[in-house]
Design a protein. Structure first.
Length: 180
């Protein structure tokens, strides 16, 4: 894999300075919207992030609960978000540390029992019961593996999705029902 052509430090320097000068400008709310799909199709949805309005993520019910097996299910999207975050973090940290990556692989696995989703009894959890992230990097000119180890530790520390899942955050869900 070629050396990074992006100078992460230079790119982030003015951003860091802006947050230092105005700390209140850093916190933000990320938003994704759904509900625009065909309401006659209970098996498929589309969601769009406000930050990138031209992008739409399709999702569908998993085949294990009656889906068509033609779109990733929401748990696939959750695991994909974790894999994407881990990989982009690894790549950015490597570029920041001037580390040349020869190979990079991120695999995420999640354990799920569909009987919970199918309401087949209280003994079956509805959500994922375990998640495993496997990251492997081969670093050019690092025979002892010291630089690769530092890279993996740093990437694990700064991955937003991994940290969010590990820490757990309060989740508020509201439902409004209107009759017409």
């Amino acid at each position: 894999m070629p050396s990074s052509t992006v100078d992460i430090r230079a790119r982030q320097a003015p951003i860091r300075q802006a947050y230092t000068d105005d700390p209140d400008s850093a916190p933000r709310t990320l938003r994704v919207r759904g509900g625009t799909s065909d309401l006659g199709d209970p098996l498929h949805v589309a969601v769009t992030p406000d930050s990138v309005p031209g992008v739409t993520f399709r999702s569908g019910a998993h085949p294990a609960v009656g889906g068509d097996d033609d779109a990733p299910c929401s748990a696939d999207l959750l695991l994909a978000a974790l894999a994407a975050c881990q990989e982009v973090t690894l790549r950015m940290v490597a570029a920041n540390m001037s580390i040349d990556l020869e190979e990079l692989e991120v695999t995420v696995e999640g354990d799920w029992d569909p009987r919970g989703t199918l309401a087949m009894g209280r003994d079956f959890p509805i959500g994922l019961t375990g998640i495993r992230v496997h990251s492997r990097a081969v670093v050019r000119e690092d025979e002892r593996g010291d630089r690769a180890e530092r890279l993996l530790r740093s990437a694990e520390r700064y991955c937003v999705v991994l940290d969010t899942l590990r820490r757990g955050v309060p989740v508020e869900a509201t439902f409004a029902l209107e009759s017409r």
